[in-house]
Design a protein around this ligand. Structure first.
Ligand code: NAD
Ligand code: DAU
Length: 359
C-alpha cells in the first residue's frame, strides 16, 4: 500500500485533495496529514474521513525538523504532497516574516527530511519516491492586460511577500533537484475556488457577505484579472503529475478561465439570485448595491493567466469543471454547510481539535 505524506491537509486545497484521493483510491493508499492547524487549518474539513484506518492526522509544524524527521523514520513514505504554507497575499503584506518562516524554512525542512529518508549511500534514491511541491502562478509576477501567458519558462518576478516566499521555496526545490538529483516536481497553479475555502479569499468572502447583506469590498478598479480553477481539478492535476509527470519537471496548472474581479462578483450575485428560493429572506439582501470600491491592495498584480499546454500535452490533464458549473457547486456547498461558515467566522472551528483529540 502506497503511503502519502500530505502537509497542510487541513487547509482548503489540501483537504479537497485528501477527499479526492480517498474517493479515487479508497483503501489502496494510506494518507498521513501533517498540519500545524494555523488559523487556516480546519479539521472539520476532514470530518467525514477522520475515522478511516488508512488516515492519520499529526498536528505538527513543518519547521519542526525533529518531528518531521520522526514522521519519515516511523513511516515508509512513498509520496510527499507539500501544500502547507501561509497562503493569503493581504496577510503577507501586513506580516511577511511568518511567510518566510513557513514557506521557505518549512519547505527546506520538508526537503531535507525527505532526502535523508530516501537517499541511498551511493547518492541515488529508493525506488519510486516522489515529492510534489504545490506552488502558485504568482511567482511569475504580473501580465499586461492585453496579452501574454505564464509558461513554465517564464522568468520569476514575484511582487508580494507571499509570492516572493513561494518563489524562494520553488527555488529551493529546484536546487535540490539540480544538486542532489532529488526526485521532485513543482506545480504552479492559478486561483482555486470551491468547498472549504477560507472566507478571507475573494469568492467565499463575496458569497458570505452577499448572503448577509454586507458590503462587497472591491480593491482598486476591480479590473484585476485572475484565472480561476475549480479545486477538484487542481487535486486531479496533482495526482496526475505524480503518476504520469516526468521527474524534475515543472507543470503549470490552469484552465484559461480569466475573469476580472468585478465580473466574478456580478456572476456570484446573479447565481445567488437564481439559486435562492423566492421565499428565502436572503434573496432581498443580495444586491449589486453592496458593491463597494475600496483602497487597492499594495503592489496588486494586474493579471494572471496560465498556459496549461505542457500538462495537457504531456499528461493529458484538462479542467473538467466549467466556471458556471463550478460556481453553482460552490454556492450549493455553502448553502448546505452554513454551520461550517458560522464556525469559521466565529472562530469555533479552532476548538474542534481539542474536542476531537481531547488535548
Ligand atoms: P490554506 O491557507 O487554506 O491552507 C494552508 C494549510 O497549511 C492550513 O491547513 C494550515 O494550518 C497549514 N499550515 C500553515 N503553516 C503551517 C506550518 N508551519 N506547518 C504545518 N502546517 C501549516 O492554503 P490553500 O489555499 O489550501 O493553499 C495550499 C497550497 O497551495 C499553498 O502552498 C499555496 O501556496 C498553494 N496554492 C494555492 C492556490 C489558491 O488559489 N488557494 C493556488 C495555487 C497554489
Ligand atoms: O494565483 C494563485 C493565488 O491565488 C494563490 O497562490 C494564493 O494562495 C491565493 O490566495 C490566491 O491569491 P489572490 O491574491 O489572487 O486571491 P484573493 O482571493 O486574495 O484575491 C483575488 C483577487 O480579488 C485579487 O485581485 C484581489 C481581489 N480582492 C480580494 C479580496 C479578498 C478584492 O477585490 N476584494 C477582496 O476583499
Amino acid at each position: 500500500m502506497r503511503t502519502y505524506l500530505v502537509t497542510g491537509g487541513a487547509g482548503f486545497i489540501g483537504s479537497n485533495y485528501i477527499h479526492y484521493m480517498f474517493g479515487k483510491y479508497d483503501n489502496e493508499i494510506r494518507i498521513i496529514n501533517v498540519d500545524a492547524l494555523t488559523y487556516a487549518g480546519n479539521l472539520e474539513n476532514l470530518k467525514s474521513i477522520e475515522d478511516r484506518e488508512n488516515y492519520t492526522f499529526i498536528k505538527a509544524d513543518i519547521c519542526d525538523k525533529d518531528t518531521i524527521s520522526r514522521v519519515f523514520q516511523e513511516n515508509d513514505i512513498d509520496r510527499v504532497v507539500h501544500f502547507a504554507a501561509e497562503s493569503h497575499v493581504d496577510r503577507s503584506i501586513v506580516n511577511p516574516e511568518v511567510f518566510v518562516q513557513t514557506n521557505v524554512l518549512g519547505t527546506a525542512v520538508m526537503l531535507n527530511c525527505a532526502k535523508a529518508a530516501w537517499e541511498l549511500p551511493d547518492g541515488s534514491y529508493k525506488a519510486d519516491k516522489r515529492f510534489l511541491h504545490v506552488s502558485t502562478d504568482e511567482v511569475y509576477g504580473s501580465l499586461e492586460e492585453d496579452g501574454g501567458y505564464f509558461y513554465e519558462t517564464t522568468p520569476y518576478a514575484p511582487h508580494s511577500p507571499y509570492s516572493a516566499s513561494k518563489a524562494s521555496s520553488d527555488m529551493l526545490v529546484k536546487a535540490y533537484m539540480d544538486t542532489y538529483h532529488f526526485p521532485a516536481n513543482i506545480t504552479n497553479c492559478s486561483n482555486n475556488y470551491g468547498p472549504y475555502q477560507f472566507p478571507e479569499k475573494l469568492i467565499p468572502l463575496i458569497i458570505n457577505n452577499a448572503l448577509q447583506g454586507k458590503k462587497l469590498p472591491v480593491y482598486g478598479d476591480g479590473k484585476n484579472v485572475r484565472d480561476w480553477l475549480y479545486v477538484e481539478d487542481h487535486a486531479k492535476a496533482i495526482d496526475m503529475v505524480q503518476e504520469k509527470g516526468r521527474l524534475f519537471e515543472t507543470y503549470n496548472v490552469g484552465g484559461h478561465n480569466e475573469k476580472q474581479n468585478i465580473e466574478i462578483i456580478h456572476i456570484i450575485l446573479e447565481t445567488l439570485q437564481e439559486m435562492l428560493a423566492e421565499d428565502d429572506p436572503r434573496k432581498a439582501l443580495v444586491s449589486e448595491d453592496l458593491i463597494t470600491y475600496v483602497e487597492d491592495r499594495k503592489g496588486h498584480d494586474r493579471r494572471y493567466a496560465i498556459a496549461p499546454d505542457k500538462i495537457r500535452e504531456e499528461i493529458g490533464w484538462e479542467p473538467e469543471t466549467m466556471f458556471k458549473e463550478g460556481i453553482r457547486r460552490t454556492i450549493q456547498w455553502f448553502f448546505e454547510h452554513e454551520d461550517w461558515m458560522k464556525n469559521v467566522t466565529s472562530g469555533d472551528y479552532q476548538k474542534y481539535y481539542s474536542e476531537m483529540y481531547k488535548v
